[in-house]
Structure formats: C-alpha cells, structure tokens
Design a protein around this ligand. Structure first.
Ligand code: NAI
Ligand code: 15L
Length: 273
C-alpha cells in the first residue's frame, strides 16, 4: 500500500499499531482528536474529529487502507458515544465511498455480544446481545460496514476484539485475550487476502478457554498463535477468583453488564422520587 490510515492512533492500540504496521505501507497516516507524538519518517499526523464530516473526507483521501480504531472505547454518556461511534462511523464510510473504497479494518468489540452467558459458544452468525450503549454503537458500526458492502462493494473486516493487552491479567481474559502479535498478524492477513468481503472475525488469540469460533473467516488464512493458557498459572495464583454470581464470570461482556446507562434521564428522575 502507498498510504495506510490508522484512526485512534493516539490511543492504546493505536500507539501499539503505529509502532508495528510501518512495513505495510510507504506512509502511515495517523489521526486522532487527542495529542499524538510528532510525525516520524514516512508518517503523517493529522488531528481530526471523527464527528466532522468535512475533516474525515479529507483524512481518507489518498488512503489505500484504513485501520479504524478511533472512537469512545468504553461505556459513556450517549451523546459522547453518538458523536464518535455513530456519526464518526457514518462519516468514515461516506469518505471511503468517495475515495475509491479503501479496505477497512473496523475495531468492533466483544461487547456487541456481552449479554451472552459465558457458557455459550458463539460463531459469526450468532445473535447480537450488546451489554452497553458502547456495545450498541459497535453493533451500529458493524451494520454500517454490512450496508456499504452490500450497496457499494466496500470491503471491511469487522473485528470483534476481545481484550487486546500485552498479557491477560484476569480470569475473564483467559477466554477473551487477544495478543498484540495476533492482532498485527490479523491485520496483515486482511490486507493480503485477494478477496475480503465483509466478514466478522473474532479478535481473540487461540485461547484454550475461548468462547468464539472463527471458522467462517477461515478463508483469510489467519491463525492466531498465542494462548492465554500460558498465563493461567500466574492468574490462578495472583488474582482472586470472582464469586459465581459476579458479572465477570456470568456474562461474556463481564463488568460492562454492571454499568448503568450514564446520564440517563430515567435514572435521574427515579433518583429524585
Ligand atoms: P482508546 O480509548 O485508547 O483509543 C481510542 C482513541 O480514539 C483515543 O485516542 C481517542 O482520543 C480517539 N477518539 C475518541 N473520540 C474521537 C473522535 N470523536 N474523533 C477522533 N478520535 C477520537 O481505545 P483502544 O483500547 O486503543 O481501542 C481502540 C479501538 O478498539 C476502539 O474503537 C475500541 O472500542 C476497540 N476495542 C478495543 C479493545 C481493547 O481490548 N483495547 C477491545 C474491543 C474493542
Ligand atoms: C472493549 O471493548 C474495551 O475497549 C476495552 O477497554 C476492554 O474493556 C475490552 O473491551 C474487554 O472487554 O476486555
């Protein structure tokens, strides 16, 4: 590729991928609304609010691929989520449509299925059970990817990321962990594939305790290599086991199922009475 755009480049995963995807394009274009390190060689740094349609249109120009990480990444008030994750995603897909449909990796989340119990084994066709407004916004992003694929042939890898951290740090992550190496190799496979389409890919390592079946995306030829089981002894020893009624052991989305609806008028009215 000549130019690969990474949105959300100032965030946790954005900073990791900035350091690791340079080999994929002559130029990395890095964007965020927040501060970023200045551009290094073969980099462009662009401050851009995803909610600003004009700015996103300019951002996507001349890009051959997009890794879309930008947005609100946890549960927040609806208005914050709406600007970045709803309007922002619409702006991105409209810009991509206007600029030759660069292939997109869309950072979706396990929280689109967070209310499925941990006893369920899910494949790409499972029903959505979002656990938060954040999860709903990612489901909207997935639907947008599907719409622009069916209507305009826009290709997207919808990656339902589990927990992408250097190492798993709690009991739930024995199932949800997605190593940095495995995320990088998935992005490489997505841009290498002769045909992508619009698959749902579970962004998880090859965890012995995993919940998600990636058979439907097998044609990408991607094989995760890491396994949270290699860290199980440390977690069993150092991290207290949650009780059987705790959300973190009942639901796939863990603690997100315990979140209130932030800024809820209904809740505020209830609190006053
Ligand atoms: P993060 O919160 O560290 O990074 C997100 C970045 O998006 C931030 O730098 C933020 O400034 C930027 N952003 C927010 N609103 C924006 C706006 N209106 N315009 C432009 N930029 C805006 O999140 P992280 O952990 O790096 O995750 C990256 C993506 O992956 C997010 O979309 C997140 O939802 C998704 N994801 C991450 C997981 C993980 O384990 N880290 C798990 C599942 C999904
Ligand atoms: C996510 O979607 C979040 O962005 C991340 O911060 C983690 O909470 C992750 O899911 C997870 O479920 O561990």
């Amino acid at each position: 590729m000549k130019r690969l755009l990474i949105t959300g480049a100032g965030g946790g995963l954005g900073r990791m991928l900035r350091a690791r995807l340079g080999h994929m394009a002559e130029t990395l274009r890095l964007s965020d609304i927040a501060a970023m390190e200045p551009a290094g060689p073969d980099e462009e740094v662009v401050t851009c609010d995803l909610a600003d349609a004009e700015a996103v249109h300019e951002l996507v120009a001349d890009c051959d691929g997009v890794v879309h990480l930008g947005g609100v990444s946890v549960e927040r008030e609806y208005e914050l989520i709406e600007a970045a994750n709803l309007r922002g995603v619409y702006n991105l897909y409209e810009a991509a449509r206007a600029h030759g449909r660069p292939r997109i990796v869309f950072a979706s989340s396990n929280h689109v299925v967070g209310y499925h119990p941990q006893t369920a084994r899910l494949d790409a066709g499972c029903s959505l059970r979002p656990d938060s407004l954040y999860g709903v916004s990612k489901a909207y992003g997935e639907a947008m990817a599907s719409l622009y694929h069916d209507k305009f042939g826009q290709e997207t890898a919808i990656v339902r990321i589990g927990s992408c951290t250097p190492e798993p740090v709690d009991w739930r992550m024995l199932s949800t962990w997605f190593s940095h190496d495995d995320f990088v190799s998935l992005i490489e496979a997505v841009f290498r594939a002769p045909h992508l389409g619009c698959p749902v890919v579970w962004g998880a390592s090859a965890n012995d305790a995993g919940w998600w079946d990636n058979a439907a995306a097998g044609y990408l030829g991607w094989q995760p290599r890491d396994n949270a089981a290699a860290h199980a002894a440390r977690i069993h020893r150092d991290v207290p086991r949650p009780g059987p009624r705790a959300a973190v052991v009942r639901f796939q989305g863990g603690a997100f199922t315990d979140e209130p609806i932030h800024g809820s008028r209904a809740q505020n009215r209830k609190d006053k009475t």
